[in-house]
Design a protein. Structure first.
Lengths: 324, 471
């Protein structure tokens, strides 16, 4: 028993010490955003990106569903430097944190807010942002509170270990692109012959998986009145600051929506109520665009969709054209 | 609280073990164990702990009343009360929605547009299928005079709620556990038991984290997209699921047994290399042994067992297996799975009765048994009957096109899936099971176990519930 216990302690302490020293996720040694800090923490990187592009005038805030929005296309059409701060799983408070950081470091004129139903539920799944000290200042105190005990599992997690090795082997440069979607060839997206990145079979398979995940987990919880008030309040602040905000209610795939309406009518109804609340926001500088009923010309093909909820760049451009 | 989480391994378990062994008085130790087990349950849901305590109280007092009652009529009434109370609790939370959905579906078929019965989408109290059966078995044994009402309330409460087996078994018997809880030796630390328990726990954790979860990541999307996957992928899905289920559940059982040993309590073996079976009868002597023996002793025998003429025996067998199938979940696919096994058991029984002796079974029997068990898992896993039918068509290549591509398994999971599948098949079909391993106290074994445990701890970050939690 003693030998086993010694081995376990030795291995865990070694790994924890190594991970603490490298700190690939910036949980322990980063109290502020610094451009030259090496990290694989995508939230911290987003902060670095904001610092690196202090001349940005437009920010796009969204979840993974916003990652197909090409910021370079928005820049070309509007003439204004654009950052796409969309990230997978991002909810209300993360968007607000990025927004606050952007307003602190740049002179934002316009915000494109890609609204997600799940951003108004009463849970923060974004544990990484809560654990990132440099971004905690932009979260409400009750969400930002963490202590060593909650961070300890990260020190012995295999993902952190892999991240540490990765970081040591791949030093990152301090050049930051304009965020999600920067690598998208937006001209190709706009071609009539654009067919998307997936085959029809792949699209159908991925639709099946995401439908299961969304209906059983992501869309199941009820929205929170408290979080709605936070959202509404944030819109009022932006309105008072004369920042133009376009709240875009993005669609789901036509077959996804059809199935949702038939099999989960209560979830569909909740979406409708939420959309009504957004479109009823009557604030100066705040505009809502509702595409939940579908996009014109959307044939449900891989040209428009990557799966049941993630649209392609072609759809993104079509949605955002009227705004710019 | 899952066994495979940091909060359990570094929080709950050390506190419970330290408290248990440091408290000097036996009754207080037992009380502490009961409190810890209740806290363990409450971690999932505080309000449903009252269902658990209700079961404990009602069955304890009914068993005592049965034992003290001389009149057979009163004894029967009390037994019926216990069974009705337990089955009502189980039936209400677990089967009401299945029942109402079925009635509403039939009503819709005959022209009713509205639902006849409301559907409530109850949250199933965790472990209810296990603790109601465990508690009932005590009452039934007292009624049958197979046991006295030997438990005091604290021992009985501790037996039913004991945290290692509380959520997903093994289904332990009172005459196995309560004497151990009354034995003074249970309350002193024994390093050999602790070491054995630790080894069981580590092996169980490895099965879950390093094999079952790797398989699950690839199998789940294959089942979700059953209509789109290839025939080869359908085969991989069923093999993957067979191994996932075995390593997940036997892993959990090993961990439960290990925790029991750490408390000087021996739980029964629940899995004995079931995929090495050479007949379905043998399979049920090796798979989820605690459940199959419970069903045999309290359902099959109560129905008459094999005491009456041939047809009734087969009826009893079929009924027992169908009910056993439904015990696993509120879905008709589980009933079909149970019926499938019931039919196979009946066929085997018929032929063994006819021949009047059993012949040694060879490799062909092993392959056939493994194949049939895998076929059964299709109904066990498929969320709907239609998915099961598609799956079967693909397995038997009765599809418009036969495809052998592997495009549906994501690249991210492919290598890990094949590695885990190969390893799991080798271990399940050829290697010793945990109960057959000699847990030596030498340095090499200690170092290996320590390294294995450390690797498991690195992978604990993603919470992944055990499959049998849903039952």
């Amino acid at each position: 028993m003693a030998i086993s216990a010694s081995i376990i302690i030795f291995i865990l302490v070694s790994i924890a010490s190594f991970n603490f020293y490298v700190d690939p996720l910036c949980y322990f040694h980063c109290n502020e955003i610094k451009i030259n800090r090496q990290t694989v923490n995508l939230y911290y990187e987003m902060g670095q990106r904001i610092l690196a592009h202090s001349d940005a005038k437009i920010v796009v805030l969204g979840s993974s569903r916003g990652q197909s929005v090409p910021p370079k296309w928005i820049e070309k059409v509007s003439g204004l430097k654009t950052l796409n701060l969309s990230m997978g799983g991002v909810e209300l408070w993360t968007k607000i944190a990025f927004l606050k950081l952007s307003q602190e470091k740049t002179k934002i004129k316009k915000v494109i807010w890609l609204a997600d139903y799940f951003e108004i539920i009463n849970e923060i799944a974004d544990t990484k942002i809560k654990s990132t000290p440099a971004l905690r200042a932009y979260l409400p105190s009750e969400y930002a509170a963490t202590n060593l005990i909650t961070k300890l599992p990260e020190l012995i997690d295999h993902n952190t270990l892999e991240a540490s090795f990765y970081l040591l082997g791949h030093p990152q440069n301090d050049k930051f692109d304009e965020g999600s979607g920067s690598q998208i060839n937006y001209e190709k997206c706009q071609e009539a012959t654009y067919q998307g990145e997936k085959t029809i079979k792949e699209l159908r398979q991925d639709m099946g998986i995401i439908y299961e995940s969304y209906t059983q987990k992501v869309l199941k919880p009820l929205q929170s009145e408290k979080e709605w008030n936070v959202f509404e309040n944030q819109m009022k602040i932006l309105s008072d600051q004369a920042v133009d905000v376009s709240i875009v209610i993005t669609p789901y795939h036509p077959l996804f929506i059809q199935k949702l309406q038939a099999q989960f009518p209560e979830i569909y109804e909740r979406h409708q109520k939420w959309i009504n609340r957004i479109t009823s926001l009557n604030l100066p500088h705040i505009k809502a665009l509702n595409y939940f009923g579908g996009l014109q010309g959307d044939d449900g093909s891989p040209a428009y969709w990557n799966d049941g909820v993630h649209f392609t760049c072609k759809s993104a451009i079509q949605m955002l054209k009227p705004l710019l | 609280m899952l066994f495979s989480t940091y909060v359990f391994i570094f929080g709950f378990l050390p506190i419970t073990l330290l408290g248990f062994y440091l408290i000097p008085m036996k009754r207080v130790q037992l009380g502490f164990l009961f409190v810890c087990s209740t806290v363990f349950y409450s971690y999932w849901s505080f309000k449903y702990v009252f269902c658990l305590l209700f079961t404990v109280l009602i069955d304890f007092f009914i068993a005592r009343a049965i034992f003290n009652s001389p009149r057979q009529k009163n004894r029967k009434i009390l037994l019926a009360t216990s069974i009705c109370a337990n089955l009502f609790l189980l039936g209400f939370f677990k089967y009401y929605d299945l029942f109402s959905e079925t009635i509403n579906s039939i009503a819709n078929e005959v022209g009713h547009s509205n639902n006849l019965l409301p559907i409530f989408h109850f949250v199933l109290p965790i472990g209810i299928s296990f603790y109601t059966f465990q508690s009932m078995s005590y009452v039934i044994d007292v009624y049958r005079r197979h046991s006295t009402a030997h438990a005091d309330l604290l021992s009985f409460a501790a037996y039913v709620t004991l945290f290692p087996h509380q959520i997903s078994g093994p289904l332990v018997r009172h005459n196995n556990i309560i004497p151990q809880l009354k034995n003074d030796k249970t309350y002193s630390f024994h390093v050999e038991n602790f070491w054995k328990g630790f080894c069981f726990f580590v092996f169980g954790l490895s099965k879950k984290i390093l094999i079952a979860d790797l398989l699950a990541a690839a199998v789940a999307p294959l089942v979700t997209n059953m209509s789109l996957i290839s025939n080869l992928e359908a085969w991989l899905a069923i093999l993957g699921y067979s191994m996932q289920l075995y390593f997940d559940f036997s892993g959990y059982s090993d961990m439960a047994v290990g925790l029991g040993f750490m408390l000087n309590i021996q739980f029964p073996q629940n899995f004995n290399s079931p995929y090495k079976s050479r007949s379905i009868t043998e399979f049920w002597q090796r798979w989820h042994i605690s459940l199959s023996s419970w069903l045999r002793d309290y359902l099959y025998i109560s129905l008459g067992g094999n005491r009456s003429n041939g047809l009734k025996t087969y009826r009893n067998l079929l009924l027992t297996m169908v009910i056993g199938g439904l015990w696993h979940g509120a879905n008709w696919t589980f009933a079909i799975w149970g019926l499938f096994h019931g039919l196979l058991l009946s066929i085997e029984r018929f032929f063994s009765d006819a021949k009047n002796k059993t012949r040694p079974r060879g490799i062909s029997h092993w392959i056939l048994t493994f194949f049939l068990v895998n076929l059964g898992w299709i109904f066990f896993r498929a969320p709907q009957f239609s998915t099961a039918l598609i799956w079967l068509r693909k397995i038997f290549f009765v599809t418009p096109q036969v495809s052998l591509d592997l495009a549906s398994i994501s690249l991210r999971h492919k290598d890990r899936f094949f590695f885990a599948l190969a390893l799991s098949l080798i271990l399940a079909l050829f290697a010793k099971n945990t109960w057959q391993i000699q847990f030596r106290s030498n340095k090499i074994f200690a170092v290996s176990t320590g390294i294995l445990f450390s690797i498991c701890l690195l992978y604990l970050g993603q919470e992944s519930p055990f499959l049998y939690y849903q039952f």
